[in-house]
Design a protein around this ligand. Structure first.
Ligand code: SF4
Length: 301
């Protein structure tokens, strides 16, 4: 009989017979089978970080070993340690007893240790002759750049904005992810030897043909910035959420007055609503379904 978890433990057997011969009764007839499984937190994490492994190293006081384990799967833990919706915690076994382990907070602690100690500087491996072009310096482009660089490739990142970081810099509000943290992570990439060329737009300053001709491989990490249309009259007068957050990041909207409606129940809508509140607006969230069905993570709502 397999025991799949605490919720479906088999009923405890009761011996109705004499235990004179079999002193221990009949319970020995049921023998649990232990199955090696991936920890549910690892399974739930999109990067499949070996969470129990690095927490174990922290408990033992070997922080550098913990950092090494974490960085294998997550190049920017000081960022995810602040903004990840922590899917891992929702599946934490400890939640069956009381509360889940605060995995994201531990990740943040370890991530800050890594960037402050400039730990990643020692990660570069042997050079090889191949040259890779990466278009876009958001999380996908920068992660790709970090891993390829540490495999020894020469990596050049092209970014159309004046500053690298993509959605990390222009899409996530300062109160959730301070720009200084993004800068520290990007500075670490520059020290790894990654080159970032800002103010360079694909299709205008460089073409895909040029990149294919001059590089051994090209990675396109331009992001998913097109927002879904609602197809309602007057939509052309609305400002899109990511555009609004970008304008605020650039300091173009220092404050706002009056009543504002935010349409949608996702994480971007919550970021917009909370940013508007901080700028001085009276904010109403308009969502087509119930609050329980809002796709934003609960702590944001
Ligand atoms: S906080 Fe996010 S990135 Fe970190 S372990 Fe949990 S799910 Fe993975």
């Amino acid at each position: 009989m397999k025991m799949e978890g605490l919720k479906n433990l088999p009923e405890a057997p009761i011996s109705l017979l004499s235990t004179l011969v079999n002193k221990t009764g009949s319970w020995r007839n049921i023998k649990p089978v232990f199955v090696e499984k991936t920890a549910p937190c690892i399974d739930a994490c999109p990067s499949h970080i070996l969470i129990p492994h690095y927490i174990d190293r922290i408990l033992r006081g070997t922080i550098d070993e913990a950092a090494e384990i974490l960085l294998k799967d997550n190049p920017f833990p000081s960022i995810t340690g602040r903004v990840c919706p922590h899917f891992c915690e929702g599946k934490c076994n400890r939640g069956e007893y009381d509360d889940s382990v605060s995995i994201r907070e531990i990740e943040r602690y370890l991530g800050d240790y890594i960037v402050n100690k400039k730990w990643k500087d020692s990660l570069k491996e042997q050079q090889n002759a191949k040259k890779i072009a990466i278009v876009g310096s958001g999380p996908a482009g920068l992660s790709c750049a970090h891993f390829l660089r540490n495999f020894g490739y020469k990596v050049i990142v092209f970014e159309k904005e004046d500053e690298p970081g993509g959605v990390l810099r222009y899409g996530i509000p300062e109160y959730r992810l301070p720009k200084v943290i993004v800068k520290k992570e990007i500075d670490a990439l520059l020290r790894e030897g990654i080159e970032i060329r800002t103010g360079t737009t694909l299709g205008k300053d460089i073409s895909l043909d040029d990149l294919e001709a001059n590089y051994d491989a090209v990675f396109l990490g331009t992001g998913a910035i097109l927002e879904r249309k609602m197809n309602i009259p007057g939509e052309e007068y609305l400002i899109e959420g990511l555009n609004f957050l970008k304008e605020v990041s650039l300091g173009k909207i220092p404050d706002v007055k009056g009543k504002y409606g935010v349409i949608g129940g996702g994480n971007v809508a919550m970021d917009v609503a909370r940013t508007l509140l901080r700028l001085g607006a009276e904010v109403y969230i308009l969502y087509r379904r119930t609050e329980n069905e809002m796709p934003a993570i609960t702590e944001e709502i």
